[in-house]
Design a protein around this ligand. Structure first.
Ligand code: 4NP
Length: 154
C-alpha cells in the first residue's frame, strides 16, 4: 500500500477536496486497493468539523461526494506516510517544522507535479472554490501520473 496524506491548514477545504478527488481518480483507474489516502490539517482549529459547505458544493458540482471530519496532522503520521502532499508554502513550512527535515524528501507541494508548479489557491480568502478545485484536479492528475510510473502501477 502506498500511503498518501493531503495536508492544508484547517482540513475543511483544500485537503479534504484533494482526498476525495484523488480517491475518485483511483476508483476510476481501478487502483484504490493500492493506496491508503487520508487528509489532515496543520492546525487543530477546525478539529472534528465537516468539509466546509462551499467546498463540498463545488465537489458535488463535479460529481464527487464524500464525508470527512477535520483532524490535525501528527508527526507519527508523517513518519509512516510515503507521500505528504501539501497545498501551499505555508503548509510545507509547518509540516517540516512538525516532522523535521529528515522527512522532507516525502513532502511535496501538490502542484509541483504539474507543468505549472504553484500553490493551490486558498479559497478561504479568495472565496473561489472552483479555482481551488481546478488546481487540486491538476495536481492530483500530475501526482497520479508520477506515482503510477514510479511504482509501475499503470
Ligand atoms: P483549508 O482552509 O486550510 O483549505 O481547510 C482554511 C480553513 C480555515 C481557515 C483558513 C483556511 N481559517 O483561517 O480558519
Amino acid at each position: 500500500m502506498i500511503s498518501v496524506i493531503f495536508v492544508c491548514l484547517g482540513n475543511i477545504c483544500r485537503s479534504p477536496m484533494a482526498e476525495l478527488v484523488f480517491k475518485d481518480m483511483l476508483k476510476r483507474r481501478g487502483l484504490e486497493d493500492k493506496f491508503e489516502v487520508i487528509s489532515r490539517g496543520t492546525s487543530d482549529e477546525e478539529e472534528d468539523n465537516p468539509i466546509y459547505r462551499p467546498a463540498a458544493d463545488v465537489l458535488r458540482a463535479h460529481g464527487i461526494t464524500g464525508e470527512h471530519l477535520a483532524r490535525q496532522l501528527t508527526r507519527r503520521e508523517v513518519v509512516n506516510a510515503d507521500y505528504v502532499l501539501v497545498m501551499d508554502s505555508d503548509n510545507l513550512f509547518d509540516v517540516l517544522r512538525l516532522a523535521g527535515t529528515a522527512h522532507s524528501d516525502k513532502v511535496f507541494k501538490l502542484c509541483s507535479f504539474t507543468d505549472d508548479p504553484r500553490d493551490v489557491a486558498d479559497p478561504w480568502y479568495t472565496r473561489n472554490f472552483e479555482r481551488a478545485y481546478r488546481d487540486i484536479l491538476d495536481g492530483c492528475n500530475g501526482f497520479l501520473n508520477y506515482v503510477t510510473k514510479k511504482h509501475k502501477l499503470a
